[in-house]
Write a protein that binds this ligand. Structure first.
Ligand SMILES: Cc1cc2nc3c(=O)[nH]c(=O)nc-3n(C[C@H](O)[C@H](O)[C@H](O)COP(=O)(O)OP(=O)(O)OC[C@H]3O[C@@H](n4cnc5c(N)ncnc54)[C@H](O)[C@@H]3O)c2cc1C
Length: 323
């Protein structure tokens, strides 16, 4: 890949004008801090709302013609964006179809995940209530196999329609995703999930509603609601024995003294040692430095290596050295 020019030297407005009107709504040099829940990140060249497959294909054509890097974005709730921004196209998935087929729903990947849970429960379709309160889109949840309370979204997937990097559409089954803990083959494949079918159950809606209420209350107790964050920064550690439970990264971090740590505007959340909050004006460097200290503390105390769950977004080839 050619080394991209710095954002300031490209005429992003001119590039935006080359897009057909049908692909409208493009944001020029929109700060990633406005599109991510951590509220950090410099300007992205073009942020392209993808409401249908045609728009997605046009954006990919532009990136191909102009040899621009591109990336995918949902709700921005699992991303740390670099302060220097992203010199390329951000495909912001906003597909919003909704159709019920017996006990399954076919939905656009741009649906807000929690709003989808509310809607399916309203229709008497249960299964997703475990995930109540997870921010972001259903497409982002699928790609990261989002989960909590012992369940993961991957277990509900029947099929997904994706757009490949070469502009072709494909229908994938769960086996193509190769789901594992907070991971799927699509994290790094570059496929854009546009639509998916989730297999649900016509179950006890009252019990599911109760489960939702309990999970939301639990989240309100444990997670930051006022301060920007991206949820758990590190993945839980693999079990010691096959079939055992994952070990909580938060507990290890707490025992290693992480709750007292802070770098610039980034701090470890007072009620959960695995969450980094932006206390105001934090830079991506602040977060990277803090995360490095947290990792080092766990390595020193427990000889364990934590792996990041939050995805770092920077222009390909740009340095991620926080120094
Ligand atoms: C307060 C808080 C609590 C959280 N709790 C949980 C939790 O309990 N469990 C959990 O698993 N996560 C949790 N998270 C993390 C986050 O909400 C989830 O990972 C969420 O599913 C990410 O979805 P998103 O749409 O925001 O994805 P984004 O952050 O936009 O993107 C994440 C990754 O997915 C890719 N992507 C996004 N959309 C698509 C698409 N349509 N097609 C292809 N690739 C795509 C992006 O390129 C990126 O690599 C929490 C976050 C916060 C802020």
């Amino acid at each position: 890949m050619t080394t991209p020019e710095p954002t300031a030297r490209r005429d992003w407005r001119e590039l935006a004008r080359r897009l057909p009107a049908a692909a409208g709504g493009v944001l020029v040099l929109c700060p990633m801090s406005e599109l991510t829940t951590l509220r950090i990140g410099g300007p992205a060249g073009l942020v392209c709302p993808v409401q249908n497959v045609d728009a997605a294909q046009r954006f990919l054509e532009l990136s191909d013609q102009q040899r621009l890097p591109w990336t995918r974005l949902g709700g921005g709730s699992n991303i740390l964006a670099d302060d220097s921004g992203y010199d390329g196209l951000v495909l912001w998935v906003q597909t919003r179809g909704f159709e019920v087929r017996r006990d399954a729903v076919r939905v656009g990947a741009g649906w807000d995940f929690d709003a989808l849970i509310v809607e399916t429960l309203r229709l008497g379709l249960t299964g997703l209530e475990f995930a109540s309160g997870i921010p972001g889109t259903v497409g982002g949840a699928l790609v990261g196999n989002a989960g909590c309370y012992g369940h993961e979204i991957g277990g509900f997937l029947a099929e997904a329609t994706v757009l490949r990097a070469d502009g072709r559409q494909a229908v994938l089954g769960p086996e193509d995703f190769a789901f594992s803990y907070r991971n799927s083959a699509l994290k790094d494949s570059g496929d854009v999930v546009l639509e998916l079918v989730l297999a649900l159950t016509r179950g006890d809606a009252a019990a599911a509603g109760q489960c939702r209420a309990e999970h939301l209350a639990d989240r309100r107790r444990k997670h930051p609601w006022r301060q920007p964050s991206a949820g758990s920064y590190f993945k839980n550690l693999p079990p010691r024995e096959p079939g055992g439970r994952r070990r909580s990264a938060g507990e290890l971090l707490e025992a290693a003294g992480a709750k007292a740590m802070r770098e610039g505007g980034a701090a470890v959340f007072s009620r959960h040692a695995n969450i980094i909050v932006n206390t105001g004006g934090a830079s991506s460097c602040d977060v990277l430095r803090l995360a490095a200290r947290m990792k080092e503390a766990v390595r020193e105390k427990f000889n364990e290596t934590l792996e990041e769950e939050v995805r770092y977004l920077a222009t390909p080839g740009a340095s991620r050295d926080p120094a």
